[in-house]
Design a protein around this ligand. Structure first.
Ligand SMILES: Cc1cc2nc3c(=O)[nH]c(=O)nc-3n(C[C@H](O)[C@H](O)[C@H](O)COP(=O)(O)OP(=O)(O)OC[C@H]3O[C@@H](n4cnc5c(N)ncnc54)[C@H](O)[C@@H]3O)c2cc1C
Length: 225
């Protein structure tokens, strides 16, 4: 699995802070942005986002390339609707090569891994036969959730914070959590004040999972990210 930050809003903190101030000023955001030098955009954002005015951070967007992940992961990912996605096609890209993700729990169990790989080999054998006899778009119906894929994602900072809140949680599935953790690390690297307290609710305070709580707050772990 590989996660890369392809593009992001430069000066996101200054931009969002100027947009926030423009709500309460007789000056437009263009003037306020020029005057942002030497000011503390992090304090402006902390204050305004803390008041629940989250829309101001929607002006910052981030584009990630997520590579070599399973279709099981991307199925969960695309449930996040306030985002843009471009995913590798199983119709236009040759799927002849058996390329799949093996979950760690299966890799660590010799017997399970043997059975898993045996089934994958058989699936791709059938896929290759089918793709020569019927349309590729139909042959792909036999491909598994484990099939490897690439996806490009664009989210704004507000949606990213929401995504991190759900998917950096220990209760999220391991693969999407690994991707979310890496996306958080990359986003925090370029916009530290927007993402400084980002992550599951236990990073900011109390866990919301009730009886389902893992009991292992990620506060310290994600502070280092
Ligand atoms: C641990 C975990 C387990 C899960 N298990 C399942 C499962 O078993 N089955 C399943 O189907 N899903 C499951 N999900 C997916 C989950 O139900 C959501 O679909 C997914 O997390 C996207 O979240 P969202 O809808 O809040 O966010 P997004 O789609 O990212 O939307 C962001 C926010 O925008 C607002 N919004 C977006 N669209 C609408 C709308 N149409 N109407 C009103 N408000 C809107 C909401 O406030 C929403 O929170 C699971 C998620 C997690 C984290």
């Amino acid at each position: 699995m590989k996660v890369q930050l392809l593009s992001y809003t430069k000066g996101a903190e200054e931009l969002c802070a100027a947009a926030a101030q423009s709500c309460y000023s007789d000056r437009p955001a263009s003037d306020l942005l020029k005057g942002m030098k030497g000011k503390r955009p992090d304090r402006i954002l902390e204050n305004i986002v803390g008041m629940g005015h989250h829309s101001v951070i929607e002006h910052a967007t981030y584009t990630f390339s997520v590579e070599g992940v399973s279709r099981a992961l991307t199925h969960q990912l695309v449930r996040h609707r306030v985002a843009s996605y471009s995913q590798q096609s199983q119709r236009y890209v040759s799927m002849d090569r058996a390329d799949y993700v093996v979950p760690p729990s299966i890799r660590e169990n010799e017997g399970a891994e043997r059975e898993f790989r045996k089934l994958m080999d058989r699936i791709w054998e059938v896929y290759r036969v089918l793709s020569e006899t019927v349309e590729v778009e139909d042959a792909r119906y036999v491909l598994p959730n484990a099939s490897s894929t690439n996806i490009t994602i664009t989210m704004n900072a507000r949606e990213l914070r929401h995504f991190f809140s759900l998917r950096c949680c220990n209760r999220a599935q391991w693969e999407i959590r690994m991707v979310a953790d890496e996306m958080l690390r990359l986003a925090k690297g370029v916009s530290p004040s927007i993402f400084k307290d980002s992550g599951p609710p236990c990073v900011r305070g109390k866990c919301l999972e009730g009886k389902m709580s893992c009991g292992k707050p990620r506060r310290k772990e994600l502070k280092k990210v």
